[in-house]
Each structure stands twice: as structure tokens, then as C-alpha cells.
Write a protein that binds this ligand. Structure first.
Ligand code: 16G
Ligand code: ZN
Length: 532
């Protein structure tokens, strides 16, 4: 059957509600699940075109991450496991918003613009999170792929980073690993076991970790992974989805925003805990001390621990590799200060919010450690860096200390999911580093003290009137806003503030930090008034 016929026939089973307009944003498409059936079908079509054009496997993940259970969303994954190229994001938006009768012409427009050979084979990997709407929505993606005669592989329930990993493995002919969930567990757990062999006399207490699975896919996958870890990590899993609702009063976003432990977790003072978000691409650590004070170890603290560890190993092996940390404006001022002045992991880069910006900036270095404060992050190693580490291991002239450090570096490369931030991979890396350094979570927390901070949302009639520059740290419009912020900030000590329009919600976000929580709160209040 001719393609036009098949697309028309199939798309009528996934009709677009007239007038509904959605945009492919930083998190792909995301809204109430009931509005997404046509979007899913069309993203199946688009992924097939992208696969034909790149002659590579493309991924489609059905998830709304930390959003409520009633929401859903979809994101496309490019050949190396990275986020979709911006030009194709705009095709995604055009295709999503074409009224039913305009779908074929819009599709043909993309085919012509990109000169796509429709005889080229297409392969699409599909994955989904645990939302009740995900099964039917991922079927709509599969229908879209088959309408253009593409081949699909349905991975079923996987975390977002697992699907990114599969796509990368497939397109590198297995060089990155085996494109199966079992292969993923084997690669990461093998590296974890090798790393923890370098930690002496760990007690059961040190091996123990409480994990809040956000009642989502991460909980399922941690359970599957556990048997591979040979009891080197002993996990108490909470919010495993058996009782509670996805992301409700739990998960990484809740913990980070509320600055308190999730519900559904029972822990003793001082115990090391972490929370995943709903699709397990974010993680934050925390503990509560004996007087009940809550301590959050967010993306900045993870970036600091990881970059310090890597820098020490590089010094030990004597490799001259350029390492940098990439952050966003949300990074706590104390972390930037510590990295730049104490650690001298130079340079520290600041980019706009959104994974693709950080990922891109991190690619410019031999080793780029990137984290958003919200807990999304990973480490990128350039090909040259990986080759140098390998050469070192083959060098018979290095001494035992260098050999040990080189092996640690190699296993660190293997434990990391370089395609995207990955809660499971980040958790294993952090656990391994703490074990090797013989460090408690309290000692890790004490590396530097976070400046008290506050985030607020402000509803305005049109958030697009705010335009920013300097990695979103300064507002260029409306006129006078930045001056108002500057003069308010001057009234406080150790203060900093910025405002930016959200990329995922119809609000303006306000961020402040200052010497005390009261001051950070008061400053946030004053700056919000200036935004109106
Ligand atoms: C998206 C981004 C996340 C960012 C957040 C900011 C990706 C995959 N996700 O969820 O990195 O922190 O948006 O949201 O890029 P905001 O613009 O509403 O503050
Ligand atoms: Zn997520």
C-alpha cells in the first residue's frame, strides 16, 4: 500500500483535536495524557523519518518524568543517544500542530526539505514509563512507525536513560555496550564491583543505601539491578510503586523543591538516602541529622564529588587532560566558589537551563562533568581521553599506584551513562566514590556549605516579555527589570538573584541566594514584586 494511504488511514485512528497547539520544548511534548494520542502517532512518523535521514536507530521515550501521574509526554532520541537536533524539534512542533487535513502536506514538506530517501530502512526503539496512560500512548508511537513501514523495537518499561543507552549501543555496533537491559546492568555492575574492590573493610552500614523510587520506573529497575551487585550495595527501597502514586509527595523533584524527605520513607538519623525522579534521569541525595535538620546533596554536590575524584585520579596517573564542570545559573554560589577557588577544576562553565545546553558545553573538554542543581547530570569523556586512559593501562612502565588509578579511571568511564543523566548510574558512581574515599555522607556534605536559597514561581500575563542573556543570569527585557534586581540584591549580603521565563510552565521563575534563609526569602519576595 502506498505510504500516503497508510498514513491517512492510520492517522484517522489517532485524530488531532482541532485547535490544540503544543510545542516541543526542553522536555519534548508534555501535557495531560488525554491530549497526547495524535502527538504520539506523529512522533512515530517523525522518528521514522529521522531514522531514514540519519540511517541510524532513533529512540522515542514516552514519559512525563517528575510530572503528576495524569500527565504524559514524549521525547525523541538522536543516534548517539543525545537529545533531538533543534531543527528537528521545530519539525516536531509543525507536525504536532498540523490539523488533520494538513498532516500529509506537512510530512511531505519535511521529507522534501531534508531530501529523505523513503526507500531507506528505518529503525525506532520505543520505551515507556509506568504511567497508566503510557501503554496505549506507546502503542500510538508504534503505529506511527509502522505507517511509514519502519521497523520498531519495543523495550517496554525502561528508564529514560536506559533507552538513550540502547540507542547509543545500537548505533555504535555494540562498542558502547550491548543494546539490552541485561547488558546495561552487566556493564554498570561490573564496573561498580571493580571500583568497590578498591575500598577496604566496608561495613554493612557503609554498603547500605535507602532509595526512594518515586513510585516509578526507577524502583522497578533498581530491583532488577540489585541481584547484579553481589551485595556490594544493599538497598532498602521505598516508594516502589506498590502502594503510592507516582511522584506524589516523593521523588527527586519533590525533595529538591520542598527541601524535605519524601513521605513513605523510614530512616534513622544520619542514614544515607537518595531519591529518583519519575523516569530515573535525576537523583538527589540527603540525610537528616540527629537534631532533625535536613541536609540535601543536590546536583552541585554530586558534580563537586565526582570532579574532585576524577581530578585526583588524573593527577595520580599524570595525564594532562582538560577537565571542566558545567553548571547552570541555579548552581549554588558556594559550589562555584569551591570549584573555582579551592579545587581549581578550571574552567567552570555556566550554560542556559536544559540538558542539551549542558551536554553540548561539556563536549568541549576532555572530561566534562555536568550537573543541573536539580540532580540531572553525567560525565562526558572525549574519545581522545578514553584512548589515553586505555594506552596508559597498556603501558608497562607505569608504577602500581598509577596502574591502580588508571584502572579506577577506566571503571569510572564504564559505570557512567554518557548519553544523558542517569539516576541508577549516578547512584552507583557516587556510592563507589564514597566507598573508595572512605567518606561518609556527612563528610561529603561538609565539603562546602550551601548558601541559603529560594525559588519562586510568578504568574504573569506574558512570560515571553522577559528575555535573558549571560546564561540566563541577566534580564535584557523588559527595560528596567535588571536594574531593579541589581539594586535590590545590593541591600543583602552574599546575595545573588536572577529571573527567567520557564521553558516548561507558564510562569516566570525567580531564584535568590543570600547569607541567611530569611534574607534569601525576603529577597525572593522583593524580586518577585519587580517582575510584575
Ligand atoms: C526540563 C529540562 C531540565 C530543566 C527543566 C527546567 C531536559 C531533558 N529537561 O525538564 O533539564 O531543568 O526543564 O524547567 O532538558 P523550567 O524551564 O520550567 O524551569
Ligand atoms: Zn526525569
Amino acid at each position: 500500500m502506498d505510504i500516503c494511504c497508510e498514513v491517512s488511514k492510520q492517522s484517522s485512528l489517532h485524530p488531532k483535536p482541532e485547535g490544540l497547539v503544543l510545542q516541543y520544548g526542553t522536555a519534548g511534548f508534555r501535557t495531560k495524557a488525554k491530549h497526547l494520542d495524535h502527538i504520539m502517532f506523529r512522533m512515530g512518523l517523525l522518528a521514522t523519518l529521522r531514522s531514514k535521514q540519519t540511517k541510524a536507530t532513533i529512540g522515542v521515550m514516552v514519559t512525563a518524568s517528575h510530572n503528576p501521574e495524569e500527565d504524559n509526554g514524549v521525547k525523541l532520541i538522536d543516534p548517539m543517544g543525545e537529545m533531538l537536533k533543534p531543527l528537528w524539534e521545530s519539525y516536531a512542533t509543525q507536525l504536532a500542530n498540523a490539523e488533520q487535513g494538513d498532516l500529509l502536506p506537512t510530512l511531505k514538506d519535511v521529507i522534501n526539505k531534508e531530501a529523505i530517501d523513503m526507500n531507506q530502512e528505518a529503525n525506532v526503539f520505543v520505551g515507556k514509563d509506568t504511567r497508566s496512560s503510557s501503554a496505549i500512548l506507546s502503542q500510538a508511537v508504534l503505529d506511527g512507525v509502522s505507517a511509514l513501514s519502519g521497523h520498531s523495537k519495543d523495550y517496554g518499561l525502561v528508564t529514560t536513560p536506559q533507552l538513550h543507552y540502547m540507542v547509543c549501543c545500537q548505533n555504535t555496533q555494540g562498542k558502547y555496550g550491548e543494546a539490552t537491559v541485561e547488558g546495561y546492568y552487566r556493564k554498570l555492575s561490573k564496573a561498580f564491583i571493580q571500583l568497590t574492590k578498591n575500598a577496604s573493610n566496608r561495613t554493612d552500614d557503609q554498603k547500605h543505601l535507602c532509595v526512594d523510587g518515586a513510585n516509578g520506573i526507577g524502583a522497578l529497575k533498581v530491583r532488577e539491578m540489585e541481584s547484579h551487585l553481589q551485595r556490594e550495595l544493599q538497598i532498602s527501597l521505598f516508594n516502589d510503586g506498590s502502594k503510592g502514586k507516582l511522584n506524589h509527595q516523593c521523588g527527586a523533584d519533590f525533595v529538591k523543591v520542598q527541601q524535605k524527605p519524601p513521605t513513605g520513607i523510614k530512616v534513622s538519623p544520619g542514614e544515607r538516602c537518595c531519591s529518583f525522579d519519575g523516569d530515573a534521569d535525576r537523583i538527589v541525595y540527603y540525610f537528616t541529622d540527629s537534631d532533625g535538620t535536613f541536609h540535601l546533596l543536590d546536583g552541585d554536590k554530586m558534580a563537586t564529588l565526582i570532579s574532585t575524584f576524577l581530578k585526583e585520579l588524573l593527577t595520580q596517573v599524570g595525564l594532562d587532560l582538560k577537565i571542566a564542570v558545567v553548571q547552570t545559573a541555579y548552581a549554588n554560589g558556594s559550589s562555584t566558589h569551591y570549584l573555582e577557588d579551592t579545587m581549581k577544576v578550571l574552567p567552570v562553565r555556566c550554560t542556559k537551563t536544559g540538558v542539551k545546553h549542558l551536554h553540548h558545553a561539556a563536549q568541549e573538554f576532555d572530561i566534562g562533568v555536568y550537573f543541573e542543581a536539580n540532580g540531572h547530570g553525567t560525565v562526558l569523556f572525549s574519545q581522545a581521553a578514553e584512548e589515553k586512559i586505555q594506552q596508559l593501562l597498556e603501558d608497562s612502565n607505569i608504577n602500581d599506584k598509577q596502574k591502580r588509578a588508571a584502572l579506577l579511571l577506566q571503571n569510572t568511564v564504564n559505570i557512567i551513562n554518557q548519553t544523558v543523566g542517569d539516576a541508577i548510574s549516578d547512584m552507583l558512581l557516587i556510592e563507589a566514590i564514597l566507598a573508595i574515599k572512605g567518606m561518609t555522607v556527612q563528610q561529603w556534605d561538609a565539603i562546602y556549605r550551601d548558601l541559603p536559597n529560594r525559588q519562586l514561581k510568578v504568574k504573569v500575563s506574558d512570560r515571553r516579555v522577559i528575555d535573558t542573556t549571560d546564561a540566563e543570569r541577566r534580564a535584557v527585557s523588559p527595560a528596567g527589570l535588571q536594574e531593579a534586581i541589581d539594586s535590590t540584591v545590593k541591600k543583602y549580603t552574599q546575595a545573588r538573584s536572577f529571573v527567567r521565563p520557564s521553558g516548561t510552565e507558564d510562569v516566570v521563575r525567580v531564584y535568590t541566594e543570600a547569607d541567611t534563609q530569611e534574607n534569601a526569602d525576603a529577597l525572593a519576595h522583593e524580586v518577585s514584586l519587580a517582575v510584575f
